[in-house]
Design a protein around this ligand. Sequence first.
Ligand code: HEM
Length: 476
Amino acid sequence: MRLALFTALFAAQSALAFPWLRKEGFDALFNHPEARKVLKGTLEEYHAGQSGKVKRQVNTGVGNGVITLLGGSVQAVLDNVLGLIPTNDAVRGLKKFPEPAHPFRAPGPTDQRGPCPGLNTLANHGYIPRNGIATIGQINAGTARLFNMGVDLSTLLATGGAIDGGDIFSQKMSIGGRDDRVGLLSGELNAIFGTPSGIAGHGKFNEGDASATRNDFYLSGDNISFQPELFKQLHQQALARGNGTYSVEAIKEHFKNRYRDSKAANPQFYFNLPSSGVVMGAYYFIPGFFSNGTIGAGGIANEASITSFYGAKPSRTGRDAWRDPDLTYTHVPERIPEQGWYRRATPMTIPEAVAGILDVYLYSMPPMGGSGAAQSWVVGPVNIPNSPQGFSCFLYNAIFANFPSEIFNSVRLVQAVVNGLSRLVVPGYKALGCTVDYPDATGAAVPAAYDRWAERYVGKAKLEAVGSGWYKGDRS
Ligand code: HEM
């Protein structure tokens, strides 16, 4: 049994960037006696929950009275829906931060931090667990509370993070790199299945090339650390285009330059949906979430706010220091501006985020593509829809609709769990009037279709250059 397990996994590992998300990986999983038992129990509980046989308490927050999955290590699928969506009171209106109940504390040596300054700030103030290992529900709650991120948007991002870089059963992910506290059976099976990459996992849903202040994974293997030089370039655009503020105009120009430089320097440059959408969205998040007040309603992405959330410490702090285009920075832990900062007043939902992505995209119209099999640039695989609705539907389809469920369709048990998770994003999806259309292949043809797609547009070398950047808290 064990030999078969390892053989199957070895074959699967070399085949694809996400080995355990393949049929071979699942077959091996189901042949593992211990895992089989736990999965069976998990799914029985899940289905019982779906059919209402398990009593749930509404509005009790994380984990209270809700079904427990997988060896007690996890929160229930429905916890997100029932326990964590904040009330209107909590998210409407300008609210001042920091809050005394959430003091800043710098991360310890084993705490995970990653490429996302938003999530790093949330962890440094305890809005999500300070160790940087969080569930989808905790991320939904934290992002709504501090940043007023709409639950549709946070669910889309965090579910993508859990499916591709975390553990789908526990809905947990590391907000940085690999970590053995995350994984099947609370990480106990990681020696066999590998440790989930964390949201910094390159070649997965979230992390991509040409980021605003992080290097491409291929260049140094470090796609996590803040790069002072890149922040300096961003600051220069704030001075040149934003009158000193990190406005939408400033970040669009910075993105244009970052795409150009990254493509020139990185022979494995890859810029395709969905990860390219996350990258461009993250650019929009800079003014969209970090502004002091509401963007478009007087809120300003000023130097004090942006540097604090980014942990960008200027080398000089004199009155006019920020006017200096040659000002340099070092990195300190991300935090809410100490002098006080106002959260945006209305939630940023998917339509606003998608409009922001399109704005960033249409400014420079960067070709979507990858280094391809021959390591020469291949454009594709699709033309980006140029309306927010079309683009949102594409993203949903690419990530959640057919992609996971069809790949797993011969493995019905896991399909049910993945579909259960994917269903979390359905309300937003339906509201946009999307139809499911990606990928075209169904059934047993899907793994082969995916392989062909990956080889053509991603390239072999790129598929192998998958991982997550180092961090001193990497515990795997
Ligand atoms: C809801 C869950 C979230 C997830 C899973 C997530 C994940 C990520 C990931 C993977 C990246 C790296 C993208 C890249 O390669 O450029 C990133 C970057 C970024 N995120 Fe998040 N994020 C989330 C929420 C937020 C929030 C609430 C904010 C702002 C308040 C935010 C602001 C940013 C910014 C500004 C960057 C760009 C970092 C850079 O300078 O390179 N994110 N995020």
